[in-house]
Design a protein around this ligand. Sequence first.
Ligand code: HEM
Length: 399
Amino acid sequence: MSFGDILDTRDPATVANPYEIYRELRSHRDLVWSDRLGLWLAPTHETANATLRNKHLGRIYKPQEPLTQWEIFNWLHSDSILDSEPPKHTRLRSLVQKAFTPGRISALEPNIIEICEQLLAGAASKIKSEGKFDVLADFAEPLPVLVIADLLGVPRSKADDLRRWSQDIVKMYEYGRTQAQELSAQKSAAEFSAYISQLAAQRKIEPKPDLITALVEVEEQGEKLNEHELIAMCVLLLNAGHEASVNGFGNGMVAMFRHPLQLDLMKKNPRKHAKTALEEMMRFDSPLHMFERTATSQTVIGNTTVEVGQKVVSMLGSANRDENAFVDADNFDITRESNPHIAFGAGIHFCIGAPLARLEMQNSLAMLFEEFPNLQLVGEPVQRPTFVLRGWESISATN
Ligand code: HEM
């Protein structure tokens, strides 16, 4: 039994509210060992940040067994930017970075606005016919999927499949998953990669001004990107490009509804507050709570020596509530000016999509409150039972 065992990621009460336990874990101001998970926890802002930036701690993908069944799932991960290390990571990241320049991202703003307008019109007619709409299913979920689909060049009509494939795959990132979830993850990984492979083949014959075509052209030039890496890149962008965005928006909206003074402030002047509000939404109830690293050589984090092969978990959700890093850390304040949260990570894997996620949230938040100035909850939101990817299943609201 170790001190870190006070964190039980399968305990429903902890999933509902992990913040009391996080506070206890932070009281040591150092890494904390968990027998339960067999790894070090890095719960403070300083140790979580240092874990992500430490060059001796890598993201080495460990294949699932048996290999045949997991083959596609395995290469989708081992060949992805997120699970690779330099020099492969540097090569993959520089290829995709071009799609995320400030110019390319701001060029997507009209798409974001158009998609928001359509979704809000749909939500308004649902309120008319049913008296309510779902902030997630009718607004926050489709938006980032449609935007990332536009960026890559995947038809918008494919959005439902993308969402399903992605949700099945990300269940694998939780601790203690079921066999049924593993089977769905394998099936969806196969369908998703087959679809992207077929789309890439089409683009070779008929190029278009989209990211898939740009990646296909790099692949055809030879050495820089192989076919598995190309598919893994598109799948990761589609997954990473919306899972965290949906949960970040939903978590932030629930926090907003639970803090009536902040909700009023937002309603009075959505445009003015959208920028700082979105950062506070990301900090206060972050969508991604844990990222693992493995020591490739002995290293020190805080006052703790981490041995080769040991794992350290950067606890983003806890770091973002650290009383040593934020004034009134447990206070939800949409006007917070200094907000050095690490919800988008840190170091070489820092979220490539952060500027896009911010642009989406800033517009969608302002537009949601402009469309529905009396926005309010209907009943209680339903929480997801997942720990690593923290989010809500549904948030019913009306105007
Ligand atoms: C609220 C929204 C988002 C949050 C909170 C978020 C968070 C993160 C975090 C914490 C990481 C680092 C993971 C690690 O260190 O192991 C990451 C990486 C990444 N994110 Fe995001 N993300 C968001 C949206 C997006 C979007 C919209 C895209 C793409 C369109 C995206 C693409 C990526 C990619 C490709 C990586 C891997 C980067 C690398 O390994 O070098 N993310 N994200």
